[in-house]
Design a protein around this ligand. Structure first.
Ligand code: PLP
Length: 394
């Protein structure tokens, strides 16, 4: 035997098997509400026009593919700042680095917190996750050495945010604990805090000395670029130290290009400088430097007023389409009414795994077993078919 024989088998990604099942289903009216990508009303996930144009420009103008540094494309992270924060942040209290996707940003954030907590002799410091959450959150945090603590964020059966439970958990958190918050378009539940609730969270974060880690992976797909960041900005303003794990993979449609950024705000210039040197070291030992192409495309778009306007218009159209589907579902069946107030691609429907299985077997509707539906897999034309299938299994 070798050490590899001691490995324990790990479950396969459920989404990958769902993709294969969907692909092999011969039924013509099958619906794919599984994989978490945007789809237009033809079911395609196209390359955005602004991205195509930026790729053309890059092809013509890029003169070298020589190494950048562990921070990636610095201009990319600078140009993204006004979109994320509403302004350019003071350089002495804000670090921004390009990362391989939002996933890379989360990993880097977790490792930075872990390094800090170890040096501060607080090993096993907690990161608070509301449940349910993106299934990758807890494993990323624990594999970086952090201890995960959870509170209930959302009740699937009644389709409501459990704000009181969230607040009492945060009020019981220790100073220096991290609280991970979905900036907008919560994955998987679709239900976001309102502004009063964000304000209340910002107050607790400030009072308790918590470190917010904002996961912003869907900006612009909820109510608009500005609107979708408003709550997160309240919390960021209230905290001396804060982290933002950003993804351009959905709002620029760049998924496989792996385009993200980690922003770290430090309460003092000295602390910010420490965060910066540690982030660069951690990036170097993880991936040396991020893949360039996707970040370069975002930079080319945001550096050009015309391309930026085109990207914003395309993003507006994506958001409008998702929200039209939401409104049609909410109007089509009282059971689906909560979906009208939720935002982003996902909702967590109160369905059992058995009901999800029946939807697939009898109605060719494919969704994840926990009841998460990617509503971008629907069109106004297929909403009635989906509602009928739901009525049949409920
Ligand atoms: N955070 C949330 C909540 C997500 O849903 C996702 C992707 O599905 C990510 C982060 C990671 O995105 P990326 O593909 O940029 O790594």
């Amino acid at each position: 035997p070798t050490p590899f024989d001691a490995l324990t088998p790990q479950p396969a990604d459920v989404l990958l098997s769902l993709i294969a099942l969907y692909r092999d289903d011969p039924r013509p009216k099958k619906l794919d509400l599984g994989v978490g990508v945007y789809r237009d009303d033809t079911g395609a996930t196209p390359v955005m026009r602004a991205v195509k144009a930026a790729e053309g420009r890059l092809l013509e103008t890029q003169g070298s593919k020589s190494y950048l540094g562990p921070e990636g494309d610095i201009r990319y992270t600078e140009l993204l700042q006004p979109i994320v924060f509403g302004k350019t942040m003071p350089a002495d209290t804000m670090v921004g680095v390009q990362t391989p996707g939002g996933t890379g940003a989360l990993r880097l954030a977790a490792e930075l917190v872990n390094a800090a907590q170890k040096n501060a002799k607080r090993p096993g410091a907690k990161v608070w996750l509301g449940t349910p959450t993106w299934p990758n959150h807890a494993p990323i945090m624990t594999s970086a050495g952090l201890t995960v603590a959870t509170y209930r964020y959302y009740d699937q059966a009644t389709q409501t945010i459990l704000f009181d439970e969230m607040m009492s958990a945060l009020k019981g958190a220790d100073a220096g604990d991290v609280v991970l918050l979905h900036g907008c378009c919560h994955n998987p539940v679709g239900a976001d805090l309102d502004q009063a609730q964000w304000r209340a969270v910002a107050e607790v974060v400030a009072e308790r000395g918590l470190i917010p880690l904002i996961d912003l992976a869907y900006q612009g797909l909820g109510d608009g670029l500005e609107e979708d960041a408003a709550g997160a900005r309240l919390v960021l303003d209230a905290a001396p130290d804060a982290l933002v794990a950003y993804s351009c993979d959905k709002n620029f449609g760049l998924y496989r290009e792996r385009v993200g950024a980690l922003y770290a705000k430090g309460g003092t210039p000295a602390r910010t400088a420490l965060m910066r040197s540690n982030i660069l070291l951690l990036a170097r030992v993880n991936w040396s430097m991020p893949p360039d192409h996707g970040g370069a495309l975002v930079r080319v778009i945001l550096d050009d007023a015309g391309l930026t306007a085109e990207w914003r218009a395309e993003l507006d159209a994506m958001r409008t389409r998702i929200n039209q589907v939401r409104q049609a579902l909410a109007a089509g069946d009282a059971w689906l009414a909560p979906l009208g107030c939720q935002r982003g691609m996902f909702s967590l429907l109160p369905l059992s795994p058995e009901q999800v299985g029946l939807l697939r077997r009898d109605h060719a509707v494919y969704m994840v077993g926990n009841g998460r539906a990617n509503l971008a897999g629907l069109t106004l034309a297929t909403v009635p078919q989906f509602i009928d299938a739901l009525r049949a299994v409920r």
